[in-house]
Design a protein around this ligand. Sequence first.
Ligand code: PXG
Length: 305
Amino acid sequence: MGLTIYLNGKFVPEEEAVISVFDHGLLYGDGVFEGIRAYHNRVFRLGEHLQRLYQSAKSIMLTIPLSPEKMQEVILETLRRNNLRDAYIRLVITRGIGDLGLDPSKCSEPAVFCITSSIQLYPEELYAKGLEVITVPTPRNYNEAVNPRIKSLNYLNNILAKIEANLAGTMEAIMLNPQGYVAEATGDNIFMIKGGVLLTPPSYANILEGITRNAVIELAGRRGLEVKEELFTRHDLYNADQVFLTGTAAELIPVIKIDGRVIGSGKPEPLFHELLSDFRELTRTGGPLIFPEEARGEEGDPDAQ
Ligand code: PXG
């Protein structure tokens, strides 16, 4: 059965969910988006995703024509219409239809669409064995250009990095920032563990500030781990005890080789698996319910006292 898509105020079958060739999201990558997940009848950290979306839009001077409250309702209703309780949600706002010049003032109204679907995951064996990655020549963008904290529709920097990784026979790339410090992967943040301390680059280090990243920082704190948001170099990564990536699609995935250097023991350690299971546990709680009537007795049950 085909998907039902939300597009500009309507729920339509996927065949009818089409965008104009004059849309500036397509012509110029002029727009913003979010990738969100639903687990067990709840949308994970939806408030944080919406906050990032509206902040990205504000930064590029794109006015989203719906309030965050209405946007939340759109997402929940799209999930309901597709009968989904576990899903990947792609929410996209483009500058809308304009002419062939790049001037956004020619675009009359933004396009808004929401796709809810099943998710493409890394193969399960990689969570047990770990990924091999390389650092690539294409850096993350300058904060002064399109700030990497903006989740914009223009992912070419990261796509080039992904191509470079693929050419080297690896699935993922580690991108540096313009100063040569470690930034993040093409669609995931990066963490390392060294001497019992968890380190990740700070949000000003030319990265997208990931929702999964922030959840992992919280979870590590709850475990009593020391967490530092600090700049580090490739040399630090090569000599880490553990490295892993975090993101909405990947959750937490271990990295066991970087640029040919084996990281730590070359296999994920128990602490990694503990953080991954803490994260999976976290996905069961909080976040708005999709089908509230199915949550009788659970936390968030509207009838519970
Ligand atoms: N860095 C970048 C550059 C990202 O695009 C993350 C980090 C992780 O953020 P969250 O909030 O998800 O923890 C992202 C988001 C994909 C895909 O298909 C991945 C993302 C976005 C869009 C598509 O792999 N990752």
